[in-house]
Ligand binder design. Structure first.
Ligand code: HEM
Length: 497
């Protein structure tokens, strides 16, 4: 007669065999499809590098190892297609975008701010929200935002003077720029005029400094949300911590109360646009929905802006510090523009005309791409070419780094040469730092404006010298590219030369 012990043993063996069969079947997926693939290992598939190296490093290595248009990987046991050719990227992101309209990442069903923001939203609600939010960064709004960016950029220069020239304090460019972006966002998103750069007590900086500080647990949480959404869902992980969500809500409602008290209605910033949105989406059967939807958009603007822009600015300054000839050419462009305007601060149009500055920023984002991959999920079976049909539910990642470092489009890709983006029209098809198609970055023009305003003031006032070796390590816990040590340069006042 069978004992309880032997029955349990049989059940365990059957379960293990089923799991083994399932994993084997999953891991043979790309082989049976005839797709070149990276050999997976249970249980992480090809994500075994987690928390040891950064995502940009992983995607870069993948593109060096597999010089083909697409390659199969496994996120855990989920077959995932990585696209490496600009033509196929264009096909997926732009031409046939309706097959790939949504992102794959976990959208935090137990976390409304994580679920309802523009980055994670799916389907029709994403489309509606995108239409509502697109007018935030029209040219006329950007013109007035630029005035504020210039004010913050002047404060940035004053802080550099106080802390790093007179005070001799150690420089951390990522933190410095995060503070600058934080001040800008506080005003343009929330209408709060408080300057962390000036040493004022800033609620926005209280929040944003955590966004740029990557530690093991935060890194792990984000990796799971982006790449193993099933596990993230199981553990009910959140894009924004409970504390962070409460903080954003409190800050938002404080601003609204203040406006109501002062009768301040005609401001055209995000807060007012979101309040209108709240009215539109008010649903009596779910009274919290409209509030959550509104706060989620404010939150994603903070998250989307701070990490990316401070990364680009700190890498750009690092590159400039090691390329004095480029820095001098850039200085001359800025000086000429100021001379023409007879002003030390450049307005929206004058900033747009600084073509060499834009080339420096673009080349930084090409070489040191802040977001290494663009995330999509296939929502309907899709014929990619004569050899492959991407099945519904397959995550598709566009390897931006592979395209940005492809020698065919960018010879000697490890060289930082702004001239690549200067003087001739460059094909957008091969430059994907802000993504492409309908789901591209909504804050692109705003981001450029903030970065231009900061770099103009810094390069006009200081010579930037190297503060660390040229080859730098990226942070292994960061989901976007981030300098391991934050970024160190030396500032020398130009008027002293
Ligand atoms: C240098 C700065 C920035 C970089 C490099 C950057 C990059 C990106 C990238 C690569 C995407 C994904 C695009 C795609 O999947 O095709 C994205 C999406 C997004 N970004 Fe940015 N971004 C920057 C600044 C900003 C700023 C300043 C904001 C807001 C104020 C912002 C808000 C967003 C949002 C909301 C999305 C999701 C759009 C959607 O799905 O409809 N980003 N960004």
């Amino acid at each position: 007669m069978l004992t309880l012990q032997s029955i349990l043993c049989c059940i365990v063996v059957i379960l293990l065999l089923t799991l083994y069969y399932f994993i084997r079947r999953q891991y043979s997926f790309w082989r049976t499809q005839g797709v070149v693939y990276e050999r997976p290992w249970f249980p992480f598939g090809n994500l075994g590098f987690l928390m040891r190296k950064s995502f940009p490093e992983f995607f870069r290595e993948l593109s060096i190892k597999y010089k083909c248009d697409y390659v199969g990987i496994f996120m855990g046991w989920k077959p995932t297609l990585v696209i490496q050719s600009p033509e196929l990227a264009q096909q997926i992101l732009v031409q046939d975008y309706h097959y790939f309209r949504d992102r794959h990442l976990y959208s935090g069903y137990s976390d409304p701010i994580g679920a309802y923001n523009l980055f994670t939203l799916k389907g029709q609600l994403w489309r509606d929200m995108r239409n509502e939010l697109t007018p935030i960064f029209t040219s006329s709004k950007l013109k007035s935002i630029t005035e504020w960016c210039n004010l913050s950029a002047t404060e940035l220069v004053m802080k550099i003077q106080r802390d790093h020239i007179e005070g001799n304090k150690a420089v951390n460019t990522r933190e410095l720029f995060a503070m600058y972006i934080s001040d800008n966002i506080a005003f343009t998103v929330f209408g709060i005029r408080e300057s962390a750069l000036n040493g004022e007590d800033s609620p926005m900086w209280q929040l944003t400094q955590h966004i740029v500080t990557w530690n093991f647990w935060r890194g792990l949480e984000f990796f799971l949300i982006f790449f193993l959404p099933g596990i993230a869902s199981l553990f009910r992980l959140k894009v924004f911590s409970e504390q962070g969500s409460q903080y954003i809500k409190k800050m938002f409602w404080n601003v609204v109360d203040e406006r109501r008290r002062r009768g301040f209605k005609d401001s055209k910033d995000l807060v007012n646009i979101l309040l209108q949105l709240r009215g539109k989406y008010n649903d009596e059967s779910n009274p919290e929905f409209a509030d959550d939807l509104m706060i989620a958009q404010a939150a994603v603007f903070i998250l989307g802006a701070v990490d990316t822009s401070s990364t680009v600015l700190s890498y750009c300054l690092h590159e400039l510090s090691h390329h004095p000839d480029v820095q001098e050419k850039l200085f001359r462009e800025i000086e000429a523009a100021m001379h023409k305007k007879q002003e030390k601060v450049l307005d929206y149009v004058a900033l747009l005309e600084l073509k060499y500055l834009t080339a420096c920023i673009n080349e930084t984002m090409r070489k040191d791409t802040p977001i290494a991959e663009l995330d999509r999920i296939c929502i309907e079976d899709y014929k990619l070419n004569d050899d492959l049909v991407i099945t519904k539910g397959t995550p598709v990642l566009v390897n931006t780094l592979a395209i940005h470092h492809n020698e065919k489009y960018y010879p000697e890709p490890n060289e930082w040469r702004p001239e690549r983006f200067y003087g001739k029209v460059h094909s957008n098809q091969h430059f994907l730092a802000f993504g492409d198609g309908q789901r591209n970055c909504i804050g692109k023009r705003y981001a450029y404006m903030q970065m231009r305003a900061a770099l103009v003031q810094i390069i006009y006032n200081y010579k930037v010298l190297p503060g660390m070796p040229y080859e730098v390590k990226s942070h292994p816990y960061s989901i976007t590219l981030a300098l391991y040590n934050g970024g160190i340069v030396k500032f020398v006042l130009r008027s002293e030369n």
